[in-house]
Write a protein that binds this ligand. Structure first.
Ligand SMILES: *Cc1c(COP(=O)(O)O)cnc(C)c1O
Length: 398
């Protein structure tokens, strides 16, 4: 059967591919340490699970409004108000089947053919693909590790054309863990204002932050910036609920109404039970969130120190999220028994085959000098994985 042009050009998700390969090796009895995962290793908190069970028993198992139930929208509004002191109306909230689906719908309803979307790199893998699927043109803006992987206002200005419609921001960032200060955000906001850009602000790691200063949301800068921003967040990372598939957008009600229409013709509502569970996630006790962050911080400190002690590896200390994104380009040009390392894919293959450690090649995030290591795994595995990496790389010097 002949596939559409779109289908032929679609890229499979790289993170899912590496996880699949590591799983296959494990099933063959090979002891692989997995650093590929893009999800917390903690269980979903019990109070949230209880809420879901109760909603099944109460028969809350039917269609809901496509953009989510009012009870959940109200819980989201209260959470945003408590965290950021900004107010939204119910018409300004859209609930989708995960933040990924929310972003997908956003690009679908905002982009016409050849509209340009500025995406700073390293970026989350799905942004460029989702923009292309919607017919838009991703404009990738590379940033340097030596400059903290931070995009500057003048760099943004330099790629703006009369086709530029959207700027995508993601902070704390997947894959770099880098975040922005309030001052930096204000400067970026000024550029957006001056050039009439829509901001899609993916703040899904807003709670997974290790610095002393709180997260500043883009929508907190001022009211005019809030009005040109679509805030994206969800329950996946904060509450360890990746499988429940609940994400949301907050912003312009016309845009959200269009997303509602799109969902109405495609997915319909996100799972009713997961919506109820998410009400509890946003409005119930929040102490589990802090506990997870404390544990992640211990792991971050350990893994950064260990990696930076390995010859030729240079790793920024992330402010948030649960990934490190070290530069491994020092090893390009080196040969080993089965091959030669020339790029991040070769390096990831080398680690998987030789050290039995699964990582994601940086090229998938728009930076071929790096690899992404997720520390959303046990301290035991982190210690063992880092040890294996160190031993294998040391062989290049013996
Ligand atoms: C995990 C992730 C998402 C998607 O989260 P879901 O709500 O599970 O779909 C979106 N953006 C970034 C940066 C992520 O890391």
């Amino acid at each position: 059967m002949e596939l559409s042009k779109l289908a032929k050009e679609l890229k499979p998700s790289a993170t899912l591919a590496i996880t699949a390969k590591a799983k296959e090796m494990k099933s063959q009895g090979i002891d692989v340490i997995g650093f590929g995962a893009g999800e917390p290793d903690f269980d979903t908190p019990d109070n949230i699970k209880e809420f879901a069970k109760r909603s099944i028993d109460n028969g809350f198992t039917k269609y809901t409004a496509a953009s989510g139930i009012d009870e959940l929208k109200n819980a989201i509004i209260s959470r945003i108000k408590e965290d950021y002191s900004v107010e939204y109306d119910k018409k300004e909230i859209f609930v989708g089947s995960g933040a990924k689906h929310v972003l997908y719908n956003l690009f679908q309803v905002l982009l016409d053919a050849d509209d340009e979307v500025i995406i700073p790199a390293p970026y989350w893998v799905s942004y460029p693909e989702q923009v292309r699927i919607a017919g838009g043109k991703p404009i990738i803006l590379s940033t340097e590790q030596s400059k903290g992987f931070k995009v500057t206002p003048s760099e943004i200005q330099s790629v703006i054309t009369d086709k530029t419609k959207i700027l995508v921001l993601n902070y704390p960032s997947n894959p770099t863990g880098v975040t922005f200060t309030k001052e930096e955000l204000i400067e970026i906001a000024n550029i957006a204002e001056k050039n009439n850009l829509i901001i899609i602000s993916d703040e899904i790691y807003d709670k997974t932050l290790y610095s002393e200063t709180n997260h500043t949301s883009f929508v907190q800068i001022n009211n005019s910036i809030k009005e040109r921003t679509i805030l994206v967040n969800g329950v996946s990372k904060t509450y360890s609920m990746t499988g429940w598939r609940i994400g949301y957008a907050a912003g312009n009600k016309n845009v959200l109404a269009a997303m509602n229409n799109l969902s109405g013709q495609s997915t319909s509502n996100p799972t009713s039970i997961a919506q109820k569970a998410s009400v509890e996630a946003f409005s119930g006790p929040q102490d589990k969130v802090g506990e997870m962050v404390i544990e992640f911080k211990k792991r971050r400190d350990f893994i950064c120190e260990e990696l930076n002690n390995i010859e030729g590896i240079s790793c920024l200390i992330p402010d948030g999220a649960f990934y490190v994104f070290p530069d491994i380009s020092y090893y390009f040009g080196k040969s080993y028994k089965d091959g030669k390392i020339e790029n991040s894919v070769d390096f990831a293959d080398f680690l998987l085959n030789e050290a039995k450690v699964a990582v994601v090649p940086g090229v998938e995030f728009g930076s071929d000098k790096n690899i992404r290591i997720s520390y959303a795994t046990s301290m035991h595995d982190i210690k063992e994985g880092v040890k294996r990496i160190k031993e294998k790389l040391n062989e290049f010097f013996s």
